[in-house]
Design a protein around this ligand. Sequence first.
Ligand code: TXA
Ligand code: MG
Length: 320
Amino acid sequence: MANIGTNIAEAISFLQAGDVIGMPTETVYGLAGNALDPDAVLRIFSTKNRPQFNPLIVHGSSVEQITNWVRDFPEPARKLAEHFWPGPLTLLLPRSNAIHDLLTAGSDRVAVRVPNHPITQKLLSQLDFPLAAPSANPFGYISPTTAQHVADQLDDAVPYILDGGPCTVGLESTIVGFAPDGTPEVLRFGGISREELEAVVGPVQKVAPVSAQPEAPGRLSSHYAPTTPFVLGKIPDLLQQYSVEKIGILSFQTAYTTAVSEHQVILSEAGNLQEAARNLFGAMRHLDQLGLDIIVAEHVPTHGLGPAINDRLNRAAAAH
Ligand code: TXA
Ligand code: MG
């Protein structure tokens, strides 16, 4: 049974003993372990039931600490790090010898990030090793954005969950790699929008994973998926099409008076995409727990965090 608490010393003692714990970040909660200890890394994979070909992000306390785990920190990467760290940005950089194959699934590039969360900053700065951490959900399910979400699914599998309150961003980090000529390439849009990235490094392109090993996250269709059937489209049309009794609605800003209000979540009445991102995963989990026959949802506007939100919605729908 996991203890949920805010005791950093307790978290540290578990991590030093090779255990994995629930850890808050500004994006989503992570399942954290000593990145330099192969047994702890294996424990992360097994706790999440995650295939080992899907590599892990290494979290550090500062750019200086991260430089120990990478061989090279090219100029555009440095610029992004200086601008967005600590924050919801993950960089793919050539790994140093300290980085085990297990962390990168054999790739020469390691994913690194400095998270922006006060309690986790404190934790990381008191450790002499970085923390490997995937999102703390069972493989294929929705990422957790509160300590309770972690406990709901991994309770018996982790001894401790560090409680940092609800995540302020609510979407996973944006992942950026670099082409041989230094051009930034986005593998996953998340907490940093295209507009924010481009304001710092100029045009970026979105790339699909190239190797046989799925380099980008969630290429597997069941990613981020609720277990209740989940359908995307124009909500009024879907409400007509699926005239089942127990129908859930996940809308961006509109309230649907024809539906049972308890079965409805509005992501942001004000139409604010940051607020919608913060509410998204919690709303999906909530609706998934109501025992509904189906959940209908709609895309959000395509600026700012919109594309990242729509990506998660598409993946949720792709599983059904
Ligand atoms: O916001 C986040 O990024 C959260 C918090 C906990 O930091 N972490 C997270 O981890 O979302 P995860 O494992 O659920 O998603 C990270 C994705 C993986 O699916 C993996 O495909 C990709 O990052 N990744 C990690 N290392 C990589 C590498 N060396 N090369 C290519 N992709 C990598
Ligand atoms: Mg994940």
